[in-house]
Design a protein around this ligand. Structure first.
Ligand SMILES: NC(=O)c1ccc[n+]([C@@H]2O[C@H](COP(=O)([O-])OP(=O)(O)OC[C@H]3O[C@@H](n4cnc5c(N)ncnc54)[C@H](O)[C@@H]3O)[C@@H](O)[C@H]2O)c1
Length: 481
């Protein structure tokens, strides 16, 4: 199983920073993309300003110049694998950053690759294989971006925080609750920022749906059921060229049995959490956010139904039902992830007594569809305000060649509206931007350690529930530190 975006179409390689970046209003950049929903709604000049993105192919450009007076932030990357490279791509588009160091134990492959890429973009980054040495030798570093395997997140984050650095750490916050808890405590004790990489929290479409559609307009009414999935087709295990194999002693030193485990750590107990943690954590985090509550119970069924148990320890197929006591009343939320068929990809659906929201981080599938329940009041006001698009009426279907006759009790498909907010940047850029804005004291974190912890508590328990073969309960104290 590759990472949540390693197989995706959208993040293949580190590409160029924008050349005609001068068209981008710097204030917008500095404010972070939390401003985008409003801009997108009214078709503002945002789109035209963002024409610069077309120039991604012009690989000769350097990182966007910072505004005069913008405090430059010295950054280190810890973990330069698939996701480290995606984050680097996004950081290269953010003004005012100086990437000074890259730490990765795969020195001849990932580390070299990212250091060389950075050079092309005029960032002279030093390479390290030991993060402690990096912290000792790079006192000027302000912030560390951590994208190592989940079981390394706690030690890496805690040591970086204690060294006085702000930290952006990828999800899953940790593969253990103890690890996640100790990260929250370290952030509090050091007073440094800790952002967890649930990047949908900074995605302008998600923010628009949360603030405007579910909040101000209350378009869905009372949400009673939620449904979501991340389905992924069968993929070969990740490999590595023999000539770049890391010596066994070194692998062992860093907690890996062999190169297969090093590359496919997600599937191994004690290293990652399997697909439910790797993929599900993104979306279950959104369940908690949009429902305004943490779950009260979880029941789950899962198993290793398809993959080879010699090389896959975690469940390849998981189906979960959460109970929530939301401020509006009880709700049930279903989630499934499976890795044998990619049908319909990944999305979340929130169903209320007034309407339905189907949303995904994917800009190509289910980017944001809304359905007004036929019994709900008209949404004209919200269409006029630009909060949702005008409805696309369902075409009357004729069944000339079919003998089927619609049953009078059958619900007619409601008209489809869309959420008129598009993210044209790499998916992780707004979340990184929010982190760097917070480092500059100009924003608060969209996913601080405490929120990441609540998500980790919700998600890690799914594997416990599968093992226990019973419905497990959460107490409100489980989510507090
Ligand atoms: N937010 C997202 O959408 C998203 C997407 C993919 C992955 N992730 C997360 O990013 C993290 C990395 O995932 P990935 O897909 O890049 O994995 P990966 O295996 O491709 O990369 C991990 C990198 O860390 C390095 N590494 C391992 N142990 C190390 C150590 N002790 N010190 C320094 N370097 C070390 C490896 O050499 C490798 O280059 C995971 O936590 C994953 O859950 C998040």
């Amino acid at each position: 199983m590759a990472g949540d975006n390693e197989k995706g179409k959208e993040h293949k390689e580190v590409t160029a920073a924008p050349k005609d970046r001068s068209k981008l209003n710097r204030r917008d950049v500095l404010m972070g993309l939390s401003t985008v929903p409003a801009l997108g709604l009214f078709g503002y000049a945002w789109n035209s300003q963002r024409g610069y993105q077309q120039s991604r192919a012009e690989a000769a450009a350097v990182t966007p110049a910072a505004d005069p007076g913008l405090q430059e932030i010295n950054v280190a990357l810890l973990g330069a694998g698939a996701q480290g490279q995606v984050l680097t791509e996004a950081m290269l588009r953010i003004p005012g950053l100086r990437i000074r160091a890259v730490c990765d134990i795969w020195t001849e492959y990932n580390q070299r690759r990212v250091v060389n890429t950075l050079k092309r973009f005029k960032h002279e980054a030093n390479g390290y294989d030991d993060y402690r040495e990096m912290l000792d030798k790079e006192p000027a570093i302000d912030a560390v971006i951590i994208a190592t395997p989940d079981f390394w997140h706690a030690p890496h984050t805690i040591d970086c925080l204690r060294a006085g650095k702000h930290v952006y750490c990828e999800k899953e916050m940790s593969n253990t609750l103890e690890g996640a808890r100790s990260m929250v405590v370290a952030a509090r004790e050091t007073g440094k920022l800790l952002q967890i990489g649930h990047q949908r929290r900074s995605n302008p479409r998600y923010i628009h749906c949360y603030e405007k559609l579910l909040g101000e307009a209350d378009l869905l009414g009372r949400i009673v059921t939620v449904n979501g999935q991340w389905n992924r087709g069968v993929a070969p295990d990740l490999g590595a060229p023999d000539r770049y194999a890391i010596p066994a002693a070194q692998l062992k030193q860093y907690g890996f049995r062999d190169m297969h485990q090093f590359r496919n750590w997600r599937w191994y107990k004690g290293l990652g959490g399997g697909p439910i943690v790797d993929l599900g954590s993104h979306q279950i985090d959104i369940y908690n956010w949009f429902l305004g509550a943490n779950p009260s119970h979880v029941m789950a069924s899962g198993g290793l139904l398809y993959h080879d148990p010699k090389t896959h320890e975690w469940y390849d197929t998981v189906m979960v039902v959460y109970d929530y006591d939301t401020p509006q009343g009880p709700a049930k939320a279903y989630y499934q992830t499976q890795t044998t068929n990619g049908s319909q990809g990944y999305f979340e659906t929130f169903m209320g007594d007034q309407g339905t929201l189907l949303i995904s981080e994917s800009e190509v599938n289910y980017a944001g569809q809304l359905y007004r329940d036929p019994n709900a009041p008209a949404w004209d006001e919200w269409v006029q305000k630009g909060y949702v698009s005008a409805p696309k009426e369902q075409e009357a279907r004729e069944h000339k060649e079919s003998a089927a006759v619609a049953d009078v009790r059958e619900s007619v498909a409601p008209d489809q509206h869309t959420v008129p907010v598009v993210l044209r940047d790499p998916y992780h850029q707004p979340h990184l931007q929010n982190f760097f804005d917070a480092v500059r004291g100009k924003a608060t974190l969209n996913c601080p350690a405490e929120i990441g912890y609540e998500s980790a508590v919700s998600v890690l328990k799914v594997n416990d529930a599968i093992e226990a073969k019973s419905r497990l309960s959460f107490s409100p104290e489980d989510f507090k530190i």
